[in-house]
Design a protein around this ligand. Sequence first.
Ligand code: G6P
Length: 520
Amino acid sequence: MPKSDQLQRSPADRPSRPLVVVSNREPYLHSVAEDGTVAWEPTTGGVAVALDALMRERGGVWIAHGAGNADRRVVDAEDRLLVPPDAPSYALRRIWLTEAEEHHYYEGFANEGLWPLCHVAHVKPVFRAADWRAYQVVNKRFARAVEAELPDLTSPVFIQDYHLALVARYLRAARPDLRIAQFWHIPFPHPDQLRICPYRRQILEGLLACDLLAFQLDRDRRNFLAAARTELGAKVSRGRVHVQNHVTTVCAVPIGVDFDRIQKVTRDPGLEAEKQRLRRELRIDTPLVGIGVDRLDYTKGIPERLNALDCLFTRRPELRTQLTFVQIAVPSRSKLESYKAVEADIDQRVAAINARHAGDGLAGGPVRYRKSALRIRRLVALYRLADFCLVSSLHDGMNLVAKEFVAAREDFNGVLVLSELAGAAQELGDDAVMINPYDVEGFADGLEQALDMPRDERQRRMRALRRVVAGCDVFQWASNILEGLEQLAPQPLPPPPGGTRRTARPLTRQTATPPVPVDR
Ligand code: G6P
């Protein structure tokens, strides 16, 4: 059955048990509009969009930080509401954080500590005791909310990412028999790099309270297993980590996009008009268009990409009148100095390139830079305008822009220029034009290769890329993880402190066979 049909099923026909998803970022955000009314918008960004598709299909409850300034106005007495607001299909339970908690837990520990720790982007991680304390407090709050929201003890709990590394541990202490999976969306550092973190053992123990722990790539899985062995002295055998009677299965399952939904947008009869609107708004009057779409983050290699474009326009000045490059950068974590610094750097580089390559009679130069998010229809229209899309991450767990671009190219046109340091390179490396963002000249060669590529070759490569991206979409990703979780053998329960042993509730569809290895 096509995914679009599945999405239209009524909740009663749903294929599997409702799911509890836990993440820091919420899928829908409410804010006060200029006229004082409350408006809502979906969170843009690959991860939230991907999980929203899954929740619309499965139903259940999604627990996340309520970050919008009107979020409190629209929830019920239990801090819940049904979403999507225009087609309710699952519950969103909002968690409230004080300003100080947001500062220490989200900006501090998660994004000044763990984010740079896990990405090799040469920004020094910062670990402060106050941030760590807030991280523990907030993780405990998420765990308590999961307990309160559990539809029943057989509901699988699916935790997302590095903001919530301790949730499984707190949850397990209160509910030893729960089935818990966690997906770590970003790279997992090598043990030598992990050693920078003073709280690494607690982070590892927190994650090892899961029954199943999944990473994007085998490299991340191997780094995690090596860290569990060296830091905790854990016994590791056949991808399973044994600590104090508990077994965690650790696997690699690369995330995908909602391929069918993107395809559906490409067939929207209004898409052509949207493309024309974008051309007008962005003042594109050249025959060739290149694009980049990123969160404004120092891991995305945006300055490196601008250097390569600068080099290209210097090598081939005739391109100044033939090629427009559109950079969409979605502001992110903007209170942090490291993000302010990369934003200022990009502003300055765009201005310099545009001044250098404006040429006689050319107003404004070849780069159009917009700092705002795009809704899915505009985003797909932009993907379809492009002759090439640049993904030049310095280090990236996966990079869903690369996969979205491919999903949007039903016309088999357009070239993906992809960093060999992005997780997506593992699956898309054979048919994208591969570049190293640290090699300016080589990157510019890649751009020339993309621009000069014969139509036949472009189409052949895009067909091959589409086969890969369609072959493992977000639904496949989620079911690999959740079915893997269901098939795990029951765990012996640890004796509760000072109490009698609880009995694990049997899970339906549980099998006596060993867990299906979900690594690919
Ligand atoms: C990355 C992380 C996600 C995060 C997203 C946006 O993709 O893996 O967990 O939600 O960035 O970042 P933000 O800080 O805005 O939630």
